[in-house]
Design a protein around this ligand. Structure first.
Ligand code: SF4
Length: 452
């Protein structure tokens, strides 16, 4: 239980307590500020800890930002010492470390100093530097269009996303696509300047070729300019030549093949109904159509150790895709695997991530975007890697929040980015498919109002 005299600091402090797995323990916290000094006192296990940090905030926003950072840092120091553990991102709990680095640079400060003060490891400071260098040619930012297709063949055990198996939601597909097509047409009024389109899942390729084609035609009726066009095709058991061909003919130039692991035992253990051989076959057909391909892998799945993860990584690298994205398992509420979270060997997952950095760099890949999620094993991260010139513009724009995101479909969250004011507005659609279908008229008019 946390007692604090500054309620607005509670969510940030709780993030640190969660990272150390001690959100149920007793803490008393007292915060004060005077003349450029931030004071945090923490009582924990009958001991008192006092911290004093100096910083002169330029305005209220900056004051709040630093009050949060110094409070988190104080808790991090207490817990890191008590537990004898240093986290790879130290006291930084936010999901976009690269965005924070850019904010520091824009304010004329060296982000490396801030990161070091907050206990971020040298390896992570270096990867942030590498990512910022890789992103440089793309950072002018642009608008993007996201289309949500929340259907999957089966539900994976670690998944907390709203998607449901198609045998339970198949009855809604026709009406869902009708609504989506209307929504996309409505988005035409503000689609000027879109530089990337992303059809995300779920598993978009679980839909029939006819349904996919209806979505593609709707997108192509509003986007006339050449764009980066990705379909998160998904699991290999739903790939067909017909779907790949239709995708290519309708302008798709990038697809995601998501094996997560190339070990058959793991695939069975996480509830996937495909084999590694199917992934390899799907990859080969996709290659024939000339797509840039992204392969997703996850570190920390089922009972995988470093050896199994290394095998998946080697197999992915041997295929030579344009992108490889290495995720760390994140178990949120809703995931069947959540009860097993304590079994995860955090040190081992850290080793897998270090190995992925080593092997991918050696194989000619550069890291180009990074994000963290709540409940991510070991407080680690997800990193997208690319071959030279093959960074995915959509991932950079959306993760770094460089431009507006027009998002359509159930559970889609549209964003308007006001960079000069450091402000972002969001508009969320209902998560649940029947509600989305019933409220489609309201959703369309709200979005028009939002982007007006
Ligand atoms: S394929 Fe992806 S979205 Fe679908 S259930 Fe598995 S993890 Fe969730």
């Amino acid at each position: 239980m946390l007692n604090t005299n500054s309620e607005y600091l509670r969510p940030e402090i709780m993030d640190v307590l969660r990272a150390f797995g001690c959100e149920g323990e007793e803490f008393t916290h007292y915060f004060s500020y005077s003349g450029g000094k931030f004071f945090n006192t923490i009582e924990y296990n009958s001991e008192f800890y006092d911290f004093e940090d100096s910083f002169n905030p330029a305005n209220d926003l900056e004051f709040k930002r630093y009050a949060k950072r110094f409070a988190k840092l104080a808790f991090y120091k207490v817990l890191s010492k008590a537990r004898g553990i240093q986290l790879p991102w130290g006291a930084l709990t936010g999901i976009r470390p690269t965005k924070l680095a850019v904010m520091e640079q824009t304010a004329g400060r060296d982000f490396k100093e801030l990161f070091a003060k907050f206990g971020v490891s040298n390896e992570n400071i270096q990867i942030v530097c590498d990512i910022l260098a890789e992103q440089k040619p793309y950072r002018q930012g642009g608008k993007s269009l996201y289309v949500s297709l929340p259907f999957c063949p089966t539900k994976c055990d670690y998944c907390s996303f709203i998607t449901a198996p198609i045998d339970k939601t198949g009855q809604y597909v026709d009406s869902y696509i009708d609504c989506l097509v209307r929504e996309i047409a409505g988005a035409g009024a503000f689609a000027d300047g879109v530089r990337s389109v992303y059809l995300g899942g779920g598993t978009p390729f679980v839909l029939s070729a006819e349904h996919l084609e209806r979505v593609y035609k709707a997108v192509n009726s509003i986007i006339k300019q050449p764009v980066e066009y990705t379909v998160e095709a998904g699991r290999p058991d739903v790939f067909t030549e017909e779907k790949l061909n239709i995708s290519r003919q309708n302008g798709v130039n990038r697809i995601c093949v998501n094996p997560q692991s190339f070990n058959d035992e793991t695939l069975v253990a996480i509830g996937r109904k495909h084999t590694a051989a199917q992934t390899l076959a799907a990859y080969q057909i996709a290659q024939k159509y000339g797509f840039d391909i992204n392969i997703d892998l996850i570190a920390g799945l089922a009972d995988e150790g470093v050896k199994e993860f290394e095998y998946s990584l080697k197999t992915a690298i041997a295929l030579n895709p344009a992108n490889i994205t290495v995720h760390t398992l994140s178990l949120k509420a809703g995931a069947k695997l959540k009860e097993n979270v304590k079994r995860l060997d955090i040190a081992q997952i850290g080793e897998m991530i270090a190995l992925s950095r080593q092997m991918l760099s050696k194989s000619g890949y550069a890291p180009y975007y990074l994000y963290r999620q709540k409940y991510q094993a070991g407080g680690l991260e997800n990193v997208g890697w690319c071959k030279p010139g093959k960074a995915c513009v959509y991932n950079i724009d959306v993760m770094e929040e460089l431009g507006d995101n027009i998002a359509v479909g159930a559970n889609a969250i549209s964003k308007r980015v006001f960079s000069a004011e450091e402000r972002i507005e969001r508009l969320a659609a209902p998560k649940d498919i029947p509600t989305y279908i019933n409220k489609i008229d309201q959703i369309i008019s709200k979005r028009i109002e939002f982007f007006k």
